[in-house]
Design a protein. Structure first.
Length: 432
């Protein structure tokens, strides 16, 4: 059974489930909104639906019920590899079931067939200044592909609201197939003198991405597979996912929606944090004389940072109240493949000393490292030192979750999002 046909069999039961839920329990309250939440980024307000993943503050992320260690065991691997294939994670997010090796093989082959970049896009990408931030180039490339949106064409001709998921599915498959090519084009153009590398039709999605970036180390292909899996989805309330879903709720197509989400991911408080972390770690190394500092040196540096009114990048999370499982997955990879790498050793020392210092400092709600605290050191080890590019890697991965959510939003007919807003005077009246 093809992926699209399998998805189609899941839609009617889900529509019935939603319809019954609204009919029987639509008036039940699920959230009590406090003024501090209204004025604090709507933090913790239950008001979005997302079935692809769920984030528990103390347990971490689960993808369709599976945590990261379970996925590393259960998802199919590349021949001779240990890391899960991103195609398998995409299947799980979309269908809600673990895929077989053949299911994954079919997705790999389909993405290979859809991956060629159109000539007009290559010309647009080539015309962008090399000193333009890679995320700006990435967003531009995604948006330019909107010209070929099947969803927009079908909607313009007239289509039943019950069938909107179908052209959305076609668009997201086209988009996901092309994202590694767009990203690697940006990398080669911006940092490698425009020496573009042709895709290898024998490789999987993540392995081919590593190949087109020019890193031919088999370990790096494995790292990219792991990276693309663990960054793929993080509920529906994070900035990039929520932005994409909000734009998509107006029946904008996948290209408009994902491009908007990528713009959100480019913010320093979201995806751009990964480049800030590695920049900070390299600065720590330089200021402490090069090499691996002692614990005492690192402790003093951290206290000087905090007492100077600055934060420790990569520590803390908006929801999590434990070490990010995505951090642990990367740490385990590093312990196996690069235990003697100096930057990794600094990352490890930070892991040992930072939480206790943040606890003593007393202002951090979560003193534990998040995913961004680790990802940069792995990239540097394998020669990808251009940290301005790291958020593009994040974007390629996060697109899987974002686009899967868009398909399901159209499949179950979620309406346009239009929350009510109130004035500060109104809030003050409620207090009275």
């Amino acid at each position: 059974m093809t992926l699209k046909r399998k998805l189609e069999t899941k839609i009617d039961p889900m529509r019935d489930r939603i319809k019954t839920l609204v009919k029987k329990h639509g008036d039940k309250s699920i959230s009590d909104v406090k003024i501090k939440q209204v004025l604090g980024g709507i933090r913790g307000v239950n008001c979005l639906i997302c079935d692809t993943s769920n984030l528990d503050p103390y347990e971490g992320i689960r993808f369709r019920g599976y945590n990261i260690p379970e996925l590393c065991k259960k998802l199919p691997k590349a021949p001779g590899g240990k890391q899960p294939l991103p195609e398998g994670l995409f299947y799980l997010l979309l269908i809600g079931e673990l895929p077989s090796k053949n299911d994954v093989k079919e997705i790999t082959e389909e993405w290979q067939q859809r991956s060629k970049l159109p000539d007009y896009l290559v010309k647009i990408m080539d015309s962008l200044p090399t000193d333009m931030h890679p995320m700006t180039q990435f967003s531009t490339g995604i948006l330019a592909l909107q010209k070929d949106s099947i969803f927009s064409k079908k909607y313009r001709k007239g289509i039943s609201k019950y069938d909107l998921w179908d052209p959305m599915y076609e668009d997201i498959m086209d988009l996901l197939a092309k994202l590694p090519s767009i990203a690697s084009f940006i990398y080669q153009k911006t940092f490698k003198n425009n020496k573009h590398i042709k895709p290898d039709p024998q490789l999987d999605w993540g392995g081919n991405f590593a190949h087109m970036m020019g890193v031919e180390n088999p370990e790096y292909k494995e790292l990219m597979r792991l990276y693309l899996v663990i960054h793929s989805d993080h509920e529906g309330g994070n900035v990039s996912a929520h932005t994409s879903k909000l734009v998509g709720s107006s029946l904008s197509d996948a290209y408009y929606s994902l491009s908007a989400g990528i713009n959100g991911l480019a913010g320093p408080l979201h995806g751009l944090a990964n480049q800030a972390v590695i920049r900070w770690i390299l600065n720590v190394k330089e200021k402490l004389g090069g090499g691996v500092p002692t614990k005492e040196q690192l402790k003093k540096f951290l206290w000087d940072t905090l007492n100077g009114g600055r934060v420790v990048p990569g520590y803390g999370h908006a929801v999590l109240r434990k070490t990010d499982p995505r951090y642990i997955a990367q740490r385990e990879f590093a312990l196996e493949h690069l235990p003697n790498d100096e930057i990794f050793q600094i990352v490890s020392l930070l892991y040992e000393v930072t939480p206790d210092i943040l606890k003593e400092h007393g202002k951090a709600k979560n003193p534990w490292p998040n995913v961004d605290a680790h990802s940069g050191c792995l990239q540097v080890h394998y020669g990808v030192t251009e940290y301005d590019f790291y958020t593009v890697l994040f974007g390629v991965s996060r697109a899987m979750g974002i686009l899967t959510q868009l398909v399901w939003a159209r499949a179950i007919g979620l309406p346009i999002e239009r929350p009510n807003s109130v004035t500060t005077d109104w809030l003050l009246e409620q207090v009275k």
